[in-house]
Design a protein around this ligand. Structure first.
Ligand code: GAR
Length: 193
């Protein structure tokens, strides 16, 4: 695993599918002197993803890949990452599941952020399921990506309290604010000597 920083920042690709608010927070973090990462490419499976606008705003290369033929597209992505000497992938609201072979063949580290207190509520529609179960707390987790969905080693978590009149929207907003702080913190944690 390429977890040493040396004098250069770790070249990072951020994978997105939607709004990209985590991408925005990661880009801002990457520009700080103390940040161990630089963001070199944004990858999306969705050409309509609003987060792609950050490519223009921050002058970062973007690539859109159609996941219809997963095997083919994953090979293309691996080639692109290798070409750019990417050592870290940050999944940030990326809604496709990467294959075991992609994870194994990527010669670096893959991280993900998930809007629940893993191992609880893996998968989709997290907030809905949390509220239905009448949980008192939810939160977010940053973890290493392993071949099993949302199951790799947890790096950091942040808990938030669920209020009385919580809706999926209010909960998602509340957790997102924490996600924006947690992802950079988790990156600092894994790269700090
Ligand atoms: C975030 O809440 C992220 O944790 C979640 O999607 C949202 C993306 O927001 N990811 C997942 O549910 C992955 N299973 P963003 O596009 O504004 O960063």
């Amino acid at each position: 695993m390429a977890l040493s920083i040396g004098s250069n920042k770790v070249k990072t690709a951020v994978f997105i599918s939607g709004k990209g608010s985590n991408l925005n927070s990661l880009i801002k973090f990457s520009k700080l002197k103390k940040s161990p990462i630089s963001i070199d490419i944004i990858i999306s499976d969705n050409s309509k993803s609003k987060g792609l606008n950050y490519s223009k705003i921050f002058n970062i290369k973007k690539r859109i890949f159609n996941f219809k033929e997963k095997k083919v597209v994953e090979r293309k992505i691996l080639f692109e990452l290798k070409k750019r000497k990417i050592d870290l992938i940050c999944l940030a609201g990326f809604m496709k599941i990467l294959s075991k072979s992609f994870i194994k063949n990527f010669n670096g580290t893959i991280l993900n952020i998930h809007p629940s207190l893993l191992p609880k509520f893996k998968g989709l529609n997290t907030h809905e399921r949390v509220l239905k179960k009448k949980e008192k707390y939810s939160g977010c987790s940053v973890h290493f990506v392993s071949a099993k969905l949302d199951s790799g080693k947890i790096i950091l978590q942040k808990r938030v309290k669920i209020s009385k009149n919580e809706t999926t929207n209010t909960l998602a907003k509340k957790i997102l604010i924490e996600e924006h702080k947690l992802y950079p913190k988790a990156i600092m944690k894994i790269f700090s000597p």
